[in-house]
Design a protein around this ligand. Structure first.
Ligand code: ZN
Length: 110
């Protein structure tokens, strides 16, 4: 389960930036094509934050749908997963969204 390693690095990055202040909320962007399961991240977040500045913080996960641009017809198509075709029949797709995994925002307690 690579979500644990990912969540640990997120928690570490947030803890470094908040410099000892308690964190109230963390918002993560997780793309549907990133291969990361939101529910697993949620579960790992509770474990990883114990004893850190992030303990008890809310985790908000923004789900980013997959999107690709067709290199044949320049059309933007929605990608439910990696196996997709443009309506024009081309499989030559450039993924433009859905692979992200990033921290969107962090709120610290005042
Ligand atoms: Zn196309």
């Amino acid at each position: 389960m690579h979500e644990m390693a990912i969540t640990q690095s997120v928690v570490r990055a947030v803890a470094e930036r908040c410099e000892g202040r308690d964190v109230d909320q963390v918002t993560l962007l997780i793309g549907r094509l990133s291969g990361v399961v939101s529910d697993s991240v949620r579960f790992c977040f509770e474990l990883c934050t114990m004893g850190t500045e992030l303990e008890g913080a809310d985790l908000d996960i923004v789900d980013v749908p997959g999107r690709a641009r067709c290199r044949e017809c320049e059309e933007l198509v929605e990608l439910p997963d990696f196996i997709a075709l443009c309506p024009c029949g081309s499989a030559d797709l450039e993924i433009v969204a859905g692979q992200e995994l990033s921290i969107q925002s962090v709120e610290v307690k005042v």
